[in-house]
Design a protein around this ligand. Structure first.
Ligand SMILES: [Zn+2]
Length: 68
């Protein structure tokens, strides 16, 4: 779930229709597909979400950037 977008920013994207994630109003911190509404990620707090997305971004960058 996710890919490198414009400018090297890693964004969550729906694996069904490739639409970007958007924030959903919920008791929990939730990201859903902006097109089909499929839940893409859910966290108890914004801090948890930020931590996980940062880790995810690091992994994607390591994977997509050849070693110098
Ligand atoms: Zn979708």
């Amino acid at each position: 779930m996710g890919e490198v977008g414009v400018g090297g920013h890693v964004v969550l994207a729906c694996k069904e229709c490739r639409a970007p994630a958007q924030d959903a109003k919920s008791e929990r911190v939730l990201k859903i597909c902006s097109n089909c509404g499929m839940p893409l990620g859910e966290w108890a707090t914004e801090a948890e979400r930020d931590t996980e997305l940062r880790d995810f971004e690091e992994r994607v960058k390591q994977h997509s950037t050849p070693p110098l």
